[in-house]
Design a protein around this ligand. Structure first.
Ligand code: C2O
Ligand code: CU
Ligand code: CU
Length: 538
């Protein structure tokens, strides 16, 4: 290590130990649960707590919108940022500079058909690597955890943007460290646009950061001093780590002033483990809104809904028509209560609530209802925009003659498994052939919890849900049990206890040689614990 390098290294250690930025992620000390009264939703004066302006992406800074003009240099590093009012918190973020502007966790915006060039420099105290979630790229660019780089090293990416227009995202993927690093702040959006998407933006007067609102939703836990700690207990590693502060674009208790018109919300659930059941509420009344897209882009047409489940890593693209709203009206984006179905452990004694054990661990239990974002109808200007009837065309994957592969999700000795496998970096238990279509049938055992299952490298099409719990089954829109957010193209699907989902994947690709990708649970504690497998395409 030369002198300059050593100097930098010491500086970083110093900054971190002084401010608690690094190393503390692994601290086992249990953070005291802050008061979460602000999330008790519609009762009392709770809504008055929503006084922080939602952080909107601008042309620089945190979540700034960045259209690459050449290769981007990402530095993963600790930053001091004000998340909670009146205090600064150490986070980890990706810093990128372009044309004299500095961005943190930039929202990358690229055109389909362009080539994306980037380099990651690791300025963290532990190894890391960036994964471009949802992107159809070769395994070097997909960044298998085996490619993770230590402090001070660089990793180069270059790939053609083949994907449909959609809201993808990027986050770390080093084995055993993904949960802590994502929790620390390393995550943002990767937006792909094409002609169809640009036409929609024109038709609905959508401007990213103004009327097209990216919402990165995360639950976090801060201690009394405002320090963000990641210290999962063994129980939390098993069930998933929940926070009691709900952040949208790293803003707690946010509000957004809106006009009476159509708004688009591109929502990413970037939480480690929490599932949201999203609704827009005006008082006690659930508003209709339209689901227009999900993980892999636009659906064929808008679907009118009143609620949608969004699991970790899933994206939903929503249109909310506020054109009939009056000045002074308020609308809340809320997560409605639901049964989190933690049936992974047998009830201890009869009469005892089987959820109590888990719920008691977090200040804001899994499945609880809470507000996320307050919309204040403020501006008077009225816009008349028409909801389009058609959005895109989805060509179904041809499944005639396709073979079915079964994946069974269960647990043994506090470890989640896929077909009995726990992640082994060097094992490829699933081998598939390029240019073939397969049907994957993912069965979640009865004694389980919901698992958001994600496949790298390819988007898939949902074919069927079987034995769905009632809270999911009642949302079905066809005889195959699919719900609106299952339509179109997906890369992550939530599989509930006892449920089976079937989806089609077309492994056609044009990357030279064999490719090794992963299939895993996107509950990040589960992923880090090894609920992940390699699959190889030969
Ligand atoms: Cu969002 Cu394996 O990743
Ligand atoms: Cu991914
Ligand atoms: Cu899981």
């Amino acid at each position: 290590m030369n002198k300059l390098k050593r100097r930098k290294f010491l500086n970083i250690l110093l900054t971190s130990s002084v401010a608690g930025g690094l190393g503390l992620w692994r601290n086992r000390a249990f953070a005291q649960a802050p008061d979460h009264a602000a999330h008790s939703g519609t009762q009392g004066d709770a809504s008055d707590a929503f006084v922080n302006p939602l952080r909107l992406p601008g042309d620089r800074g945190l979540f700034g919108i960045l259209t690459p003009s050449s290769s981007l240099g990402f530095t993963a590093k600790p930053i001091l940022h004000q998340v909670l009012p009146g205090r600064k918190t150490w986070l980890w973020a990706y810093e990128v500079k372009q044309d004299g502007k500095t961005y943190l966790n930039p929202i990358i915006r690229v055109r389909r058909g362009s080539t994306f060039h980037a380099a990651l420099r690791n300025a963290l105290s532990e190894e890391t690597i960036i994964h471009w979630h949802g992107m159809h790229v070769d395994d070097k660019n997909d960044a298998h955890p085996g490619y993770a780089i230590p402090y001070g090293e660089q990793y180069a990416y270059a790939f053609p943007v083949i994907n449909r227009a959609a809201t993808y995202w990027y986050h770390p993927h080093p084995h055993h460290l993904t949960a802590g690093q994502t929790y620390a702040g390393l995550a943002s959006l990767f937006i792909v646009e094409d002609e169809e998407e640009l036409a929609l933006q024109v038709a609905l007067d959508l401007k990213l950061g103004k009327t097209d609102i990216p919402l990165i939703i995360q639950d976090r836990r801060f201690d009394k001093k405002g320090v963000l700690r990641y210290a999962p207990t063994e129980q939390e590693e098993f069930h998933g780590h929940l926070g009691d502060s709900i952040l949208a674009n790293l803003t707690p208790n946010p509000y957004l002033d809106v006009a009476p018109r159509i708004y688009r919300f591109r929502i990413l659930n970037a939480s480690n483990a929490r599932v949201y059941r999203l609704a827009f509420m005006q008082g006690d009344k659930a508003l209709d809104y339209h689901l227009i897209g999900n993980d892999g882009g636009l659906l064929e047409r808008p679907h009118r809904i009143q609620e949608v489940f969004v699991a970790p890593a899933e994206r939903v693209d929503l249109l909310l028509d506020l054109s009939k709203a009056k000045p002074g009206d308020t609308v809340f984006l809320k997560s409605l209560p639901f049964d989190p179905m933690h049936v992974e452990t047998e009830p201890r004694t009869s009469g005892e609530d089987p959820h109590a054990g888990h719920g008691a661990m977090a200040g804001l239990p899994d499945g609880a209802g809470f507000d996320i974002l307050k919309l204040n109808l403020k501006y008077k200007v009225r816009f008349n925009l028409n909801m389009p009837d058609r959005l895109s065309r989805i060509t179904p994957i041809r499944t005639e003659g396709a073979s079915t592969r079964t994946m069974m999700l269960d647990h043994l000795d506090m470890k989640w498994r896929i077909n009995g496998w726990v992640f082994d970096m060097n094992a490829t238990p699933v081998v598939t052939r390029r240019d073939t279509v397969e049907i994957w049938e993912v069965q979640n055992s009865k004694s389980s919890m919901p698992h958001p299952m994600h496949i790298h490298g390819f988007q898939f099409q949902m074919l069927e849900r079987r034995n769905s719990p009632q809270q999911v089954g009642r949302l079905a829109v066809n005889a195959k049990g699919l719900i609106p957010s299952d339509l179109g193209w997906k890369d992550t699907v939530l599989v509930w206890p006892g449920e089976t989902v079937r989806f089609a994947v077309d492994f056609t690709h044009s990357f030279p040689g064999e490719q090794v990708y992963m299939f895993h649970c996107h509950n990040l504690e589960h992923e880090d614990q090894g609920m992940m497998i390699n699959y190889k395409i030969v």
